[in-house]
Design a protein around this ligand. Structure first.
Ligand code: WQD
Length: 340
């Protein structure tokens, strides 16, 4: 079975490629390098032990995407490709809607033409919106609107997929709703490589630990949580990757539309994460409390029961292993991947 992994040179995509090859799948990777680089592809190929085909392509270009399906016999698509910075999406919403929707629509059009009928989508817990009861459960209706254009593109693509399943007999769409992906491959060879100053907590903490940044700013310590800082469901990226391999089993069962959370079911606070990272890097990390960040929710985590029941998948790695693996990646690659 050959899987097209769009965005496969990115953080979650590259880790998923390794697990797919490990599970015996053939893969084709497509990426436009907006958030990655060729070095990530080289290292992922080395870790896979397979020189898998790679195509540098802008998936919003339908003709180029169509040619991809002419060139390779693709059986299923795992779609990671998309812009994903929440804050940036608020500043340039049209760019986010154009890029994320057009790339998904372009792939779906090419799939229809080439009769490829299985699509696994990199969705996000953000689609539950601020009102959802915690823990987030797949039975909870999605929000009418999320906190950002980024989140709204995820919501819209979920609707596009629901309608596609209704319209095309035998079409399978798996919507995987991620919580907070962190961690890195145990080799330390690949990991999260944000451009510029990281928006997300873990890469920011890692860059303070290696001395690229001088202070962790904890956004708010007056929330209604045990230590006053926000709680999130952090999930190791390798566990997340294994969740995609498990989801392919669902596709083989001709699942039609299948929605599933990929989370641990546990909430970890910002302060707890900072302290865990201090243990990993062996030094106290400097932090200060700063004003709350607009749009942040105090606490949310997954109800992981459905994934266990339906996929036989459970996240196995804990917070300390997540921090250990990020520290190994960041300390071996303080400036991320060497640029081409
Ligand atoms: C986590 C906590 C911050 C940085 C986002 C997206 C979500 C998904 C994961 C893509 C919050 C606090 C952060 C810092 C801090 N992305 N924080 N200082 O916002 O839960 O989720 O990333 O799928 O869709 O919304 O993750 O890592 O940005 O923040 O105190 O320098 O860490 O306030 O409480 P978030 P995050």
């Amino acid at each position: 079975m050959t899987i097209l992994v769009t965005g496969g040179a990115g953080y979650i995509g590259s880790h998923t490629c390794i697990e797919l090859v490990e599970a015996g799948y053939d893969i084709v990777v497509a990426d436009n390098f907006v958030n990655s680089c060729m070095e990530a592809v080289h290292r992922t190929r080395k870790l896979c032990g397979v020189d898998f085909p790679f195509e540098q392509i802008d998936l919003t270009d339908y003709e180029a995407t169509d040619r991809l399906f002419d060139k390779y016999k693709i059986d299923a698509v795992i779609h990671f490709a998309g812009l994903k910075a929440v804050g940036e999406s608020v500043k340039i919403p049209v760019t986010y809607y154009r890029n994320n929707l057009d790339s998904a629509l372009s792939v779906l059009e090419a799939m229809k033409k080439h009769e490829v009928k299985s699509f696994i989508f990199s969705s996000s817990a953000t689609v539950y919106g601020p009102e959802a009861p915690v823990p987030y459960n797949e039975a909870t209706p999605v929000s009418r609107s999320t906190a950002s254009p980024y989140g709204n593109t995820k919501l819209m693509i979920e609707y596009i997929l629901k309608d596609t399943v209704k319209a095309i007999p035998g079409f399978n769409a798996v919507l995987l709703r991620y919580f907070n992906p962190v961690g890195a491959h145990a080799s330390g060879e690949i990991g999260e490589n944000p451009t510029g100053i990281p928006n997300n907590l873990m890469p920011y903490v890692a860059q303070v630990a290696v001395g690229k940044l001088d202070m962790i700013h904890i956004f708010g310590n007056d929330y209604d949580t045990p230590d006053g800082t926000c709680q999130r469901d952090y999930i190791h990226v390798v566990d997340l990757a294994k969740g995609h391999v498990a989801a392919l089993k669902k596709v083989k069962e001709n699942c039609g539309l299948f929605v599933c959370n990929l989370g641990t079911g546990k909430g970890t606070s910002v302060l707890e994460m900072v302290k865990a990272f201090s243990r990993s890097c062996g030094k106290e990390l400097p932090y200060e409390f700063a004003p709350r960040r607009e749009g942040d929710l105090p606490a949310f985590w997954a109800d992981p029961a459905f994934a266990k029941e339906q996929l036989g998948w459970v996240a196995e790695k804990g917070i300390q292993e997540m921090c250990d693996d990020v520290w190994r990646w960041q300390s071996k690659n303080p400036d991320g991947f060497p640029q081409d």
